[in-house]
Ligand binder design. Sequence first.
Ligand SMILES: Cc1cc2nc3c(=O)[nH]c(=O)nc-3n(C[C@H](O)[C@H](O)[C@H](O)COP(=O)(O)OP(=O)(O)OC[C@H]3O[C@@H](n4cnc5c(N)ncnc54)[C@H](O)[C@@H]3O)c2cc1C
Length: 406
Amino acid sequence: MASKDEFVDLSTMDFDISDAQAALLERVDKACKEIRPIEDKCYLEDRIDTQIIPIFAKAGLLGLVVPREYGVGQGVDAVTYALAAERIGQEGLGPAAFFSVHTALCQMTLARWGTEEQKQRILIPATKGDSILAFGLTEPSAGSDPASLTTSFEEKEGKFIVSGQKTWISLGSTAKWVLVFAYPRGKKDGMCAFLVDTESEGFEAERIKDKLGLRTSDTSTLYLDRVEVPREDLLGPQGKGLAVALSGLMDGRLGVAAGCVGVAHDCLDESLRCAGKRSENGELVGNIQSIQKHVGLMSMNLEAARLLTLRAAYMKQRYEDHGEDKESRDAVDVATTKAKYFASNAALDAADRGTQVLNAAGLSMENRCARHFADARVSIIFEGTNEILEQKIALGLLGKNFGAYS
Ligand SMILES: Cc1cc2nc3c(=O)[nH]c(=O)nc-3n(C[C@H](O)[C@H](O)[C@H](O)COP(=O)(O)OP(=O)(O)OC[C@H]3O[C@@H](n4cnc5c(N)ncnc54)[C@H](O)[C@@H]3O)c2cc1C
């Protein structure tokens, strides 16, 4: 007979929310209730919602992932973070994108790669909402393959002079600091990551208007014309910019996945509300079998998306707590990729089904499902398109020699 030690100890799988998590989620819920009417209004008026920033800051949500020694940092674990991000996602992918970009994509990257001086100067104000962070990787001709970017820098008198264009950058016009990735001029290796002050001479941001979804979220094109970056604003070791970018994307995908779980959750709630309230020919629509099928499938997908996301969060936390070796990093990378892929599809599917449950009313932008439908389409594209993520998952199985991009 096999000894007990040969089995994974399933007693460590704990799905209960702790008292500390419940208290935090109450705080998140309160902030979310405060932002809902503002978000609704901004969405219908096609306006960027910046009022979210002081509300999240007051609730302490902008310091959640930052270690306690920095500003109002709370150093929560990745599972707790994912639970908070799911609640924010229920308010829409706009707030979820803001939260994910500022905290997961940028703060986690800065906390991982930044010098002590950078953390004091840049991370602390970001925990208080006094300054916002953005992640500038994508360019007009470099999206799925970040290694093909053309933004470049030269070194002059101890400074870096950065020139190029970045596009589709979330929070690009709102941010005080943008993480900008660039190659040494004329080279295709030795990428560097820079913390670029958006108030620098030669830096300009222009908002992208009339997007299909994410109307309350700032997405911008950034122009850098010989922007001077002091040496102390190099992020991570010189030449390690691609590693910085990839670690940011790994963390960012967890934030997006959790936000998408929230979107799917809200679509199910809206559908159940409608099914239990609206009648058709004297009969509540919840009695119609096709409506029952929609809500049943939404519920299954929601649970599967949540479990994949929480598992990825758990693995990420374990990786960070137990020393960051390459094998576990790769495993976390694949786990967050699966979570983002599945949760974004679940969000889009739930928004589609929710719109069908609400039917004609579901097409009005006054309705949350219609807005989720437009927003969730974006989640299939950003933080790695789902086609690229399919490949990433396959490479986890086949080995990296099979990759389309190096
Ligand atoms: C609202 C929004 C916010 C964003 N925020 C940010 C941000 O904050 N920071 C940032 O840096 N970027 C951001 N992005 C950019 C986003 O990450 C890119 O759009 C995405 O990575 C895809 O790049 P691309 O649009 O250039 O498409 P491309 O890379 O040109 O791809 C075009 C199509 O070809 C497919 N494709 C490409 N290569 C392959 C391949 N090898 N195999 C199979 N299919 C392939 C893609 O899946 C896609 O369908 C944002 C985008 C949006 C829409």
